[in-house]
Design a protein around this ligand. Structure first.
Ligand code: HEC
Ligand code: HEC
Length: 167
């Protein structure tokens, strides 16, 4: 009985995975297009599901800009974000550290204000952040040269008008 149940569950799981895989490419494209025009399309792993849920409900007032989408795109992107969120799918140590640093009582909308992020970035002088080539810590790819590929390793950091970061 137990065995049958388990193999049925595995079957459902596997078919779910392959379905998602096929669908994934086009969803990712929509995400890149709709959420990567004003800033880079942040990796969904940086925030927990509850954060994405909250953000996608309030896109008309998104950090003081209107980023609203039609209902279909919103639904599609929300599904993509929540199924890859940090609390369900942290795929490397940076993502899991970021995600684990968020208290379960918190629902941050900014990656750049999560505890692990603040700890990692507190040593950077203000002038290097405020300079026009960077402007804000939300501008990940200004310093992390491979951020859009999800690579945040120290070797891929180069701050404008400063260079490589050695700590
Ligand atoms: C019309 C422009 C625009 C669009 C489109 C847009 N955003 Fe934003 N987003 C902003 C601005 C402006 C900020 C604040 C940036 C700053 O503080 O420098 C922001 C900030 C964010 C942040 C927080 C960054 C941080 O500080 O860690 C996240 C996460 C985010 N956006 C996700 C999304 C998602 C998901 C979408 C697609 C549904 C999206 N954005 C679409 C303008 C936009
Ligand atoms: C002004 C430049 C700058 C910006 C903008 C910036 N970072 Fe960083 N980031 C750094 C530096 C420098 C470090 C290394 C800090 C250290 O190791 O002392 C770092 C470290 C990190 C780390 C940890 C890497 C490790 O090896 O442990 C992650 C993850 C990260 N940043 C993600 C982000 C994300 C996501 C964004 C955008 C929301 C962002 N950063 C924006 C400069 C920046």
């Amino acid at each position: 009985m137990k065995k049958i149940l388990i193999s049925a569950a595995v079957g459902i799981l596997l078919s779910g995975v392959s379905l998602f895989g096929a669908e994934n490419k086009s969803v990712e494209k929509v995400y890149q297009k709709e959420c990567g025009s004003c800033h880079m399309a942040y990796q969904p792993q940086f925030l927990p599901q509850r954060s994405w849920n909250k953000m996608m409900k309030n896109l008309d007032n998104h950090f003081e800009v209107d980023a609203s989408l039609d209902a279909n795109d919103n639904k599609m992107i929300l599904a993509y974000l929540t199924s890859n969120a940090g609390d369900v799918k942290a795929s490397n140590k940076h993502f899991s550290k970021m995600s684990n640093s968020i208290a379960s009582s918190e629902t941050p909308l900014r990656i750049s204000q999560t505890p692990y992020f603040l700890k990692e970035h507190r040593g950077i002088p203000k002038r290097l952040i405020e300079q026009k080539e960077v402007k804000s810590l939300a501008n990940c790819s200004a310093c992390h040269t491979s951020a859009t590929q999800g690579n945040y390793s120290e070797r891929a950091i180069k701050i404008p008008n400063y260079g490589r970061w050695e700590d």
